[in-house]
Write a protein that binds this ligand. Sequence first.
Ligand code: MG
Ligand code: MG
Length: 246
Amino acid sequence: MRRNATELAKMRRAGKVVAEMHEATRAAAVPGVTTEQLDKVAREVLERRGATSNFLNYHGFPAVICTSPNDMIVHGIPGSYVLKEGDILSIDCGAIIEGYHGDAAYTMAIGRVSKEAARLIEVTERSMWAGIEQLRAGNRLHEVGRAVQDVAERAGYSVVREYVGHAIGTAMHEQPQVPNYWPGTPGPMLKTGMVFAVEPMVNAGSAETRVLDDDWSVVTADGRLSAHFEHTIAVTEDGPEVFTLS
Ligand code: MG
Ligand code: MG
């Protein structure tokens, strides 16, 4: 789906709100704080900006952000978990402005973390940027996943298969999907006006995942760390334009 200039302007505004949610939660995420408190911080940004949440009530999800610490990959529900020095924490959130969506995620260190944890965060973010770099008119969509996978696997990590990026617009999750790996068949041709969420989930160990009893939280099957980065990006004449950048 190709978005016109008016639509892109609304998505740019939604993206700015998401960026602000990132800034606010990042500043608040220190040892001793609960993930529920971070959800409250994000809700305040949505209210202040007159935006609504695309996470709240999504298939019954009870919060405006996902908080996924350590071996949790994605979809963690904010609650009584208390952040502690040495944790890594993934936060994913979105916003809707005039019916148009933004969606982005980041992983951060809580205080001082191990060298291994810091490297996983750095490589995962770098894999996302390598994917974003491929969002150019005339390229094919699978080149995003190939670039992500290349960065992650060269570093000795694995890329999650069950959860992927997606096109985004008047819904958070639109077709086509954006896998973070070579999908086996060439993807559609990219055209200006297309908008995607590129979101690698990179595991320190094996790619295998498991869903906890809350039916939301996705963790690594081997209990090792996982990181997640995401931006909402438009394909423009001048290359990729990132809407959710702080
Ligand atoms: Mg997404
Ligand atoms: Mg997201």
